[in-house]
Write a protein that binds this ligand. Structure first.
Ligand SMILES: [Zn+2]
Length: 173
């Protein structure tokens, strides 16, 4: 069966080792707690490095308020603080539900090695969240998307890149 465009797991469903199930259960526990305490959406995530949790996150969008405070982003931020690096290479992200496009991109930026998730995006969509709609949207040609990106190519906008390219002090990421 081909994966649906809204299934970022690619349709693959692994069995999972005992430790993987334990970490996924911790992400699920965080998600459940978040709803029970009326703190936000039904999402929880943990970042694991060398078999230990280095970051936990729950959805804090409405509580903070912060539209980007998804569980995965929160867990990645905490993990980076714990490790003291922006590069989370070698880390695994466990989420109780498939990541949205923003969180998948954040995992790429963080150099997360693997993502293990539980429930499918369709469950989040049924609960009223944008996940499936967003996955469809990002796969459209740019001119067909609801949110258009317009370009005004000012020379001033390119100046920082010229400086960056010449900089001796920059830290690549
Ligand atoms: Zn997200």
């Amino acid at each position: 069966m081909n994966p649906s465009p809204s299934d970022p797991s690619g349709g693959g469903r692994a069995q999972g080792s005992a430790s993987e199930i334990r970490f996924l259960e911790e992400a699920a526990r965080l998600a459940t707690e978040n709803v029970l305490q009326s703190e936000g959406g039904p999402f929880g995530a943990v970042v694991v490095r060398e078999n230990a949790i280095v970051g936990r996150g729950v959805n804090r969008v409405t509580a903070r308020p912060d539209p980007t405070a998804h569980a995965e982003i929160e867990a990645i931020r905490e993990a980076a603080q714990t490790i003291g690096r922006f590069d989370l290479g070698g880390c695994v992200l466990y989420v109780n539900c498939d990541p949205c496009p923003m969180c998948l991109a954040a995992a790429y930026w963080a150099r997360i090695e693997r993502i293990v998730c539980g429930a499918p995006s369709s469950l989040a969509a049924e609960a009223g969240f944008l996940d499936v709609a967003l996955w469809k949207e990002v796969q459209l040609p740019p001119e067909e998307r609801r949110l258009l990106v317009e370009r005004i190519d000012l020379p001033a906008c390119r100046q920082a890149f010229a400086l960056w390219n010449q900089s001796k002090n920059k830290i690549h990421y």
